[in-house]
Design a protein around this ligand. Sequence first.
Ligand code: GDP
Ligand code: MG
Length: 172
Amino acid sequence: MREFNAVVLGAGGVGKSALTVRFMRNEFVESYDPTIQEEYRKTVDVDGELTWLELLDTAGAEQFTALNELYITAGRGFVLVFSLTLEASLREVTSLRQQILRIKGENSRVPMVLVGTKLDLTSEREVSRTHIEELAARWKIPVYETSAKRDWDVSPAFEDLVRQMRQYYPPE
Ligand code: GDP
Ligand code: MG
């Protein structure tokens, strides 16, 4: 079985833990300690092929920490998380992406997905679909609008990342 580790990054409170736990444990945690950083592991079946996936749910307070640098260096795939209810959280993913490209190589097509969270909070939505589709097209990475609470489009986002990692890293 092939094994991959990926890192979940984004501003505090955007729903990184809720998203990760929804995918890895299929449950919704209403209030997760924002300071807890944890690694989750499981076998996932993507397109009938089993893959061992390790996901690091980060909880960094600041974006340019030495720790982030370490995680990015070690990570093989990245989930860039922002909240559809908070326009400002797009800035964080913008700089995280720049940081990833700086570390991995500007021209690399390192596996990444852009994930907007809290799609169920319709009346609080601040980020338009057009805006993020433009961003995703410019960055050439897929984008998913999700709800960890309702379990909307969470698995497809992670499965996309697994497919990208399988392609990008040749089998040993
Ligand atoms: P993190 O700091 O990025 O790990 O964010 P959390 O996963 O701890 O989530 C922050 C808050 O947003 C919590 O109160 C969650 O219950 C809430 N939240 C996360 N995802 C969703 C979602 O899909 N829908 C709704 N309604 N709330 C969410
Ligand atoms: Mg968290």
